[in-house]
Design a protein around this ligand. Structure first.
Ligand code: R5P
Length: 293
C-alpha cells in the first residue's frame, strides 16, 4: 500500500506513512485564479493499493472534497488497484436525513460523488451518524478517537474525571471515554429548533457537584453546545470543566467563547488542524490501514 498525502492533511498523512511503513506519495496542489482546484500525484501508484488521507474540514470543505475526488481519479488513471479514502472529518455528514420536506441527504450525495471519482472504500473518524454509512455505495466504516482523547486527559492527571455527553444521543461517546477515564458518566438533554438552529439544554438530575467534568462531543462548530453545557455544569457545582472533541471546527470566536464560559482546556484532533488539535489520529488510522491490508 501507498499513502497519498492529501493537501488538507499532509502532516497527518506523513505520520501515517511513517507509522505504517507504507511509502508516502506527495501531492502538488494549487488553486487557480478563478478558485478551481488542481492536484497532481508526485509518485507512481501503478498496481498499488492506495489510501488517500484528506480531511474535508473548513475552510474550503467543498474544494477539499473536489481535491479528494481528483486525487482518486488521478490514482485510478495512474493504475492504482484499490483506492481507499481516509477522510478524518467528513463534511456534510450532519445532513444525514431529510429533517424538513424539500431537503436532500447531503452525506449520501457526497458518498456517490466520491465513488464515481474512483474511491473503492471509505474510512472516517467519528462520523456524526454511523447508520448513514450503510447508505454509502462503497464499503464504509468509522472508527472512534474518543479513547485517544480520554487518554490525553488521563496523561494530564484527570484519571477518574466525569465524562459528560451534551446530548443523550451521543451518550456512547461519554461511555467510551469512561472506559479510559474510569469515573462516572452521564449526559445532558439537548433539543434543536430545525428552523432557527437554536438549542435548549437541560441537566435533568445530573450530579456533578465538586467533580472534574470533561464534556465530550464529536464536533464543536459554533461552540454553542459546549458553552451551554459548561454553564449548566457550573450551576450544578462542577469544580473543573474541560472539553474534548474529535472535530474542533471552532467557527468564528468559538474558542474564546468556550474558554470565557469557564472551560479550562479544549482538546481536539488533527482531523481539523489548528490551535486545539492536540491529539493525533495517526495511530488510529495506521492501525486500521494495517488491519485492512
Ligand atoms: C450535534 O449534534 C453535534 O454532535 C454537536 O453537538 C454539534 O455539531 C455542535 O455544534 P455547535 O458547536 O455549533 O453547538
Amino acid at each position: 500500500m501507498k499513502i497519498i498525502c492529501g493537501p488538507a492533511s499532509k502532516p497527518l498523512a506523513e505520520a501515517v506513512a511513517a507509522q505504517t511503513g507504507y511509502p508516502a506519495v506527495s501531492v502538488a496542489s494549487k488553486i487557480f485564479p478563478d478558485g478551481e482546484s488542481y492536484v497532481r500525484l508526485e509518485g507512481n501508484v501503478a498496481d498499488e493499493d492506495v489510501a488517500i488521507v484528506q480531511t474535508t474540514c473548513p475552510p474550503m470543505q467543498d474544494g477539499r472534497l473536489f481535491q479528494l475526488a481528483f486525487m482518486a481519479d488521478a490514482a485510478k488513471r495512474g493504475g492504482a488497484k484499490k483506492v481507499t479514502a481516509v477522510v478524518p472529518y467528513l463534511a456534510y455528514a450532519r445532513q444525514d436525513k431529510t429533517f424538513l420536506s424539500g431537503e436532500g441527504i447531503s452525506v449520501e450525495t457526497i458518498s456517490r460523488m466520491i465513488k464515481a471519482a474512483g474511491i473503492d472504500e471509505f474510512l472516517t473518524v467519528n462520523i456524526h451518524s454511523e447508520p448513514s454509512l450503510k447508505q454509502f455505495p462503497t464499503p464504509a466504516r468509522t472508527v472512534s478517537a474518543i479513547p485517544l482523547i480520554a487518554k490525553y486527559f488521563v496523561e494530564k492527571g484527570h484519571k477518574g474525571a466525569f465524562a459528560l455527553s451534551p446530548d443523550k444521543g451521543a451518550m456512547y461517546i461519554a461511555q467510551q471515554a469512561q472506559t479510559v477515564l474510569g469515573g462516572d458518566c452521564g449526559h445532558l438533554n439537548k433539543t434543536r429548533d430545525r428552523y432557527t438552529g437554536q438549542t435548549v439544554q437541560t441537566a435533568d438530575g445530573l450530579n456533578v457537584k465538586g467533580q472534574t467534568v470533561i464534556i465530550l462531543d464529536d464536533i464543536i462548530s459554533t461552540g454553542g453546545t459546549i458553552v451551554g453545557a459548561a454553564k449548566i455544569l457550573r450551576e450544578n457545582g462542577a469544580k473543573h470543566v474541560f472539553c474534548g472533541c474529535v472535530h474542533g471546527l471552532l467557527i468564528g470566536d468559538a474558542e474564546k467563547r468556550i474558554l470565557d464560559a469557564g472551560v479550562e482546556e479544549i482538546v481536539g484532533t488533527d482531523s481539523v488542524p489548528g490551535n486545539v488539535s492536540k491529539v493525533s489520529l495517526a495511530p488510529l488510522i495506521s492501525q486500521e490501514l494495517k488491519g485492512a491490508k
